[in-house]
Design a binder for this molecule. Structure first.
Ligand code: NAD
Length: 429
């Protein structure tokens, strides 16, 4: 099924697995369940605005290179657009469009007044100096200056970008507008209006969702055996908080492989080891090396894929031994694998719920920026926890009432809220 959109380029080859098609198939399934009007489905299947800008960048050598910068705004029915900016070689307009659509459903599911957006530049940031990255970030945002703003579209960090890039982007926007505008981006450094709790937010959200899912099964985090693929921002924070809550983290991994400890890893010590060893985790004491593929099929209670998409597929779904999978990464379980896991009674907690802690705290950062009133970490974490727990409860209730998977239930809630708002607002003109 190839979705065509007048704003997106043609699919390059029949073998290409199009992320935008995949995003549309989730939307189609939710639309079917909701018996959505065809016209409404057509509107939601298309991004509202697709912008590609040319970014001429002067390399440190003096050479001029032209980059393409994308920003896709999927839907602004519920509020301003919101979504990260990715610097990664695999960025394409179709991938950015798919991620923008997922952001719409994620924000609607969490009940935060945003519509989805995403941006990206197809570069490997490691191939550029800090000065070059600053010039790229500033030119990208200045080319988009009329398309972003605190009530229009609010970027955030994503793969390959961080608080540093957000500070450059906030400064570029503010200098052009003539005054400081903290609400134009989130994920900023604390010194310019960033929020306490933002760094750990996505991992904290994962911990909360896993804790609630265990509670529903009459269990607690205490002693629960958990394997985590990816030990970066999300996987590392989730590991730390789950370990603090008494769970046994039996394995973690990075791109170069994983480590396993039958009785659980000492996560604070592992983090200190990783810091001292140039981000390496291999060789940590009293652990055995394992591959990323082995980690996924370990005997454990909870599996948290927190690295890349398409990690659990039809090829390995039958060998997964966990009873609960929490999708901390975006799209780590394929549609087909999800079906066979559900058939075996495995609970798959979908990405738009499990990894929503980051966008929730981004929203709280934006609220603080607009009101110029800044909160302590306890208040930020408490507000986030309320929104995450409410969303989890609604997803599970919807899943039981409609006898559908938690994934489809999450989409039904997200898509349903946007569709209702679209109907209530009506179509202009
Ligand atoms: P990160 O770059 O900080 O960490 C990624 C981790 O995955 C690293 O430990 C890396 O070594 C590891 N990794 C890379 N390739 C791997 C491979 N082939 N096998 C196993 N591990 C591998 O990124 P992050 O911010 O932690 O994001 C991880 C995922 O979570 C991404 O899918 C991202 O889109 C998603 N996500 C992140 C946030 C956020 O707030 N950071 C929010 C929502 C979703």
């Amino acid at each position: 099924m190839d979705k065509t959109s007048p704003l997106l380029p043609e699919i390059p080859s029949p073998a290409y697995i199009c992320p935008f098609d995949q995003a549309c198939s989730y939307l189609d399934a939710a639309a079917k369940e909701l018996k959505l009007d065809q016209g409404v489905l057509e509107i939601l299947s298309n991004p509202r605005k697709v912008v590609t800008v040319s970014i001429p960048v002067k390399r440190d050598s003096g050479e001029i290179q032209i980059l393409a910068g994308h920003r896709v705004q999927h839907c602004n029915v519920l509020g301003p657009h919101k979504g990260g900016i990715r610097f990664h070689p695999a960025v394409t307009l179709r991938e950015v469009s798919a991620l923008a659509m997922l952001m719409t459903w994620k924000c609607a599911l969490l009940g935060i007044p945003y519509g989805g957006a995403k941006g990206g530049i197809a570069i490997n940031p490691k191939s550029y100096s800090i000065n070059e990255l600053e010039r790229i970030s500033r030119r990208y945002i200045s080319e988009l200056i009329k398309d972003i703003g605190p009530s229009v579209d609010i970027p955030a960090p994503d793969m390959g970008t961080s608080a540093r890039e957000m500070a450059w982007m906030m400064d570029t926007y503010s200098v052009n507008i003539g005054h400081a505008v903290p609400g134009v981006v989130t994920g900023k450094p604390l010194s310019i209006g960033g929020s306490l709790g933002r760094e750990m937010a996505t991992g904290r959200g994962v911990m909360i969702i896993v804790r609630e899912a265990l509670k529903d099964k009459g269990k607690s985090l205490e002693g629960t055996r958990i394997a985590i693929q990816g030990f970066g921002n999300v996987g590392g924070a989730a590991a730390e908080l789950l370990h603090q809550a008494g769970a046994k983290i039996i394995a973690v991994s990075t791109g170069s492989g994983g480590i396993f400890a039958e009785n659980g890893l000492d996560i604070p010590q592992l983090k200190a080891y990783q810091k001292e060893n140039n981000r390496k985790i291999s060789g940590f004491s009293k652990t055995q090396p394992i591959s990323n593929a082995e980690l996924l099929t370990l005997p454990c209670d909870v599996l948290i894929p927190a690295a890349l998409e398409n990690q659990i597929t039809q090829k390995n779904a039958d060998r997964i031994q966990a009873n609960i999978i929490a999708e901390a990464a975006n799209g780590p379980v394929t549609l087909e694998a999800n079906l066979s896991l559900e058939a075996r009674g495995v609970t798959v907690l979908p990405d738009i719920l499990s990894n929503a802690g980051g966008v929730v705290v981004s929203y709280l950062e934006w609220v603080q920026g607009l009101s110029y009133l800044f909160w302590d970490e306890e208040k930020v974490n408490g507000e986030m926890e309320n929104l995450m727990v409410q969303a989890y409860r609604k997803v599970m209730q919807q899943s039981q009432e409609r006898k559908i998977s938690p994934r489809l239930a999450a989409y039904v809630l997200g898509v349903g809220r946007v569709a209702q708002a679209l109907k209530d607002r009506g179509l202009y003109p």
